[in-house]
Design a protein. Structure first.
Lengths: 252, 252
């Protein structure tokens, strides 16, 4: 029997919180059609994978009833530490693909394996010779980057900054140096309830002429995208909402 | 009159070369519907902007005939040098937005302002207080990153490498050091006809244990995605096609 394919299935950026938003607003039809025909899934979280499939089923018939879907969760301790480190062997999760089933990999929001777990599963697919096909959908980091007007020819995403405020300040100063020296846009994210604290740290630590973009609620009705110098932000500070995922970008 | 919005409109990744590929395979309906109602455009290339609108018109009626569309090209000398440097003042291009028209920004393929011109126009929009709305569509760098299985929690895109072979080798060694030290995935692109030369340089310059992903023809029927160690590539080298855009990634 031919080996199945591993499809990387993007999820909407609302974390299932605005089910009234039609999925086809942010997903190509072919992404939804592919997802609807899959019966074997690996997900960051089984509950939200089921919720996502339920939203898809409102638009397209699923290949089989939700209760019969095979949905395997990535072990929590693995994805909390980051599953891109190569320590976790995800090959057993791909047994259905080796048995001929096409499979889906999905995370909580956006593209699996980008600022989200999933890399271990993709790595395992390459090791096993399982074809990997990424599907088109919303990716908050890139929506933010394009909409910031900052350098999109040279950019980096560095994940989360340290929580300790002294360490965070030191990290911000080193990222700011990188921006000044290389012109490379630096992007990072924060747990939403710490958005405001990070925003304040940015205003204190960065030189006034640095451009700072704050992008929150991407693709959602309350989307906010603003890019201006730190100096301009200081004269009119608008800290981001504590409940909304936010992407921060600094550049020249 | 209310100021118009600047929509960032992604384009398919086939550079208009496979018009038989239905656009709705890779674009959400709302991206196409928004594009179809815009009458004022800024494009990397006016001819391909028109060709793209013509493809959209096969699916949805355009707000006005193609010949009557306002399509302004970004000056070629500006986008050849990179329009993200802040030297080019794109504010005059946004006059229609200030006069109340919604506008579209589009590049040759993928998302404008990411590995493509457009940043100057987005920067100008922020300066003028024009709202910027990025639309969902295919972004080759992120499709490649997710599908590589390399670290997606910390990654950088560094654009094109130097053409001179000694300089290119030096650059590759320094990117490889960065990968070893920080675990940050490094991504870059090349003009397709130089893909094979870059591929050879990667095999010569990188340590055998470095993981190298080569992703070409993303979203197209001849898509190829492969990630393995440099050592494994060396034992079975498959240089990428010289006519197909390709994303190269190296990681731990």
């Amino acid at each position: 029997m031919a080996t199945g394919t591993l499809f990387l299935v993007p999820a909407p950026l609302d974390f299932g919180c605005t089910p009234e938003m039609p999925l086809n607003e942010v997903m190509p039809q072919s992404t939804l059609a592919t997802a609807a025909r899959l019966t074997h899934w690996v997900g960051e979280n089984a509950k939200s994978t089921r919720a996502y499939l339920k939203r898809i089923s409102a638009l397209l018939p699923l290949a089989q009833p939700l209760q019969q879907m095979s949905i395997v969760e990535l072990p929590r301790e693995v994805h909390k530490r980051g599953d891109h480190l190569g320590e976790f062997d995800a090959r057993p999760l791909l047994a259905p693909a080796l048995a001929g089933h096409d499979m889906g990999l999905v995370s909580e929001a956006g593209m699996p394996a980008i600022a989200d777990p999933g890399a271990s599963v993709v790595r395992a697919a390459h090791q096993l010779g399982v074809t990997v096909v990424p599907l088109v959908g919303p990716i908050s980091l890139m929506l933010a980057l394009a909409a910031s007007g900052l350098n999109g020819q040279n950019f980096a995403f560095v994940g989360y900054l340290p929580q300790d405020s002294a360490q965070r300040s030191a990290r911000l100063r080193s990222l700011s140096q990188l921006v000044q020296q290389s012109g490379q846009t630096q992007m990072f994210i924060e747990t939403p309830y710490r958005n405001a604290a990070l925003f304040q740290a940015l205003l204190s630590e960065l030189p006034g002429q640095t451009r700072l973009a704050v992008c929150s609620g991407l693709t959602l009705t309350h989307q906010q995208i603003r890019c201006q110098t730190v100096q301009a932000w200081k004269s009119q500070p608008v800290p981001p909402d504590k409940n909304t995922p936010c992407v921060f970008l600094i550049g020249r």
